[in-house]
Ligand binder design. Structure first.
Ligand code: ATP
Ligand code: MG
Length: 405
């Protein structure tokens, strides 16, 4: 089993997938833009060979260099778990005749408007939306869809340039702020709670399923710096509300022609009891969501993803034992972290339920909270009982304070 794996060292969790591939018996051929000498020693042990390319986003260049490098060696899989490279992986598959999702299928997971069109064509509920390229088109779309609205870039990530718009006055100012974005989507604002639906799938059928709740929803978490965003995996997927989302999610996988591997979907649960599609990627969620899923079921999804991708089999546990919460912290002030208050008490109170604690230590420079969800670090807790898990997570949100002043 020869696997080309794109970006095996960056983002850092990709090293875990590389390990997984090696552990299930694949020969791993890595392609990335990190210099070979900079790869961690452990990672090098999992790689059969590595090609460093100058520009990993330059698709034509990477296809040409990789083809020359392989020199006729046959390849069985081309894989990636990093969103910006999912189309490149599909291009390489098509160029070399390797099985897996086609470029057209992957576009359905990449282009937000196309994605919504395909999901809606399957009779599933998506927000009403229009793709617009000028202010006059935006005004016409707003008229048609009605307020409140969301205005966001077609090729967005990390809630950048995403705004809620409640009336024409706000639309005017948001259009001024998004003037440099070439193409935006004007959407119906869906009220309600927001969740993920994550899978590791074989031929579009989930071998592992997960739901997590955003507290609060990402758009709110990213508009106020004082918020400590919390995300909790839901242990009990058999609640009627959650089942609305998993049922929607399974049908979305079918509508988009999902193949093998991770998916990460976002959906809303409205006050009227309806599950509404948000967006989906054919890759895992970021910001340690895979760690949370691993803690939820005591499973190693880094390895099980590899087994699914190479051998179409999943051997991990799917029994959900815990709700698992992550809490991201943002320091007060700018510059370097000076102190952390409340951490010792919190660790003591939560005891054995704490799974991880990676807050930036004093002396470290603060991160830009708008750029990274992980912000100035995080803690992870789990508990079999939802309320207990949520209490510990919210306690970390309110009682741990980081200072950079
Ligand atoms: N139609 C909508 N109705 C209500 N809220 C929305 C809508 N579209 C987006 N949002 C909010 O904005 C957030 C970001 O939107 P979306 O997920 O489409 O963009 P993104 O930039 O890809 O985000 P990320 O990379 O964080 O997943 C959503 O998580 C949700 O909170
Ligand atoms: Mg999103």
């Amino acid at each position: 089993m020869r696997v080309v794996f794109l970006a095996p060292s960056y983002p850092p969790e990709m090293q875990e997938y590389t390990r997984g591939l090696a552990e299930v018996g694949a020969e791993v051929y890595g392609i990335g833009d990190s210099a070979p000498g900079s790869l961690p020693k452990k990672l090098r042990g999992y790689l059969t060979d590595y090609l460093a390319v100058p520009r990993i986003m330059d698709e034509r260049d990477v296809v040409a260099r990789a083809s020359a490098w392989l020199h006729g060696r046959s390849i069985d899989r081309v894989l990636t778990n990093w969103e910006p490279l999912v189309l490149l992986a599909a291009r390489l598959r098509e160029a070399w005749g390797v099985p897996g999702m086609s470029v057209d299928t992957v576009r359905g997971f990449r282009d937000k408007q196309l994605m919504k069109e395909r999901v809606a064509a399957a009779g599933l509920r998506v927000p009403r939306s229009r793709r617009v390229t000028s202010p006059s088109e935006a005004w016409a779309a707003a008229e048609q869809i009605g307020y409140p609205l969301v205005v966001k870039p077609i090729a967005g990530a990390g809630s950048a340039d995403t705004y809620r718009v409640d009336d024409p006055k706000e639309l005017e100012s948001v259009l001024a702020r998004t003037a440099r974005v070439p193409e935006v989507s004007v959407e119906e604002y869906v009220t309600g709670e927001e969740f993920t639906y994550d899978t590791v799938s074989i031929g579009g059928r989930p071998a592992f399923e997960n739901v997590a709740q955003y507290l609060p929803k990402p758009l709110e978490a990213r508009s106020e710096q004082w918020i400590s965003p919390v995300i909790i995996t839901v242990r009990d997927l058999s609640q009627p509300k959650i089942e609305e989302g998993t049922a929607l999610g399974r049908r979305v996988l079918g509508a988009l022609g999902m193949g093998d591997g991770f998916t990460h979907m976002e959906w809303f649960y409205t006050p009227g009891g309806e599950a509404v599609f948000g967006e989906i990627g054919c890759r895992p969620g970021g910001a340690h969501l895979v760690d949370q899923m691993n803690y939820t079921a005591d499973v190693d999804l880094f390895r099980e993803w590899a087994r699914v991708s190479c051998w179409n089999s999943f051997e991990g546990s799917t029994q959900r034992k815990y709700n698992c919460g992550i809490v991201f912290k943002r320091a007060k002030g700018n510059g370097r972290i000076t102190r952390i208050e409340g951490l010792g008490d919190w660790l003591e109170r939560c005891g054995p339920w704490v799974m991880d604690e990676q807050l930036l230590r004093p002396g470290t420079r603060r991160r830009d909270w708008k750029q990274t969800l992980v912000s100035d670090g995080f803690v992870i807790v789990r508990h079999p009982d939802w309320d207990a898990c949520k209490r510990m997570a919210f306690l970390a949100a309110t009682d741990i304070t980081m200072y950079a002043e």
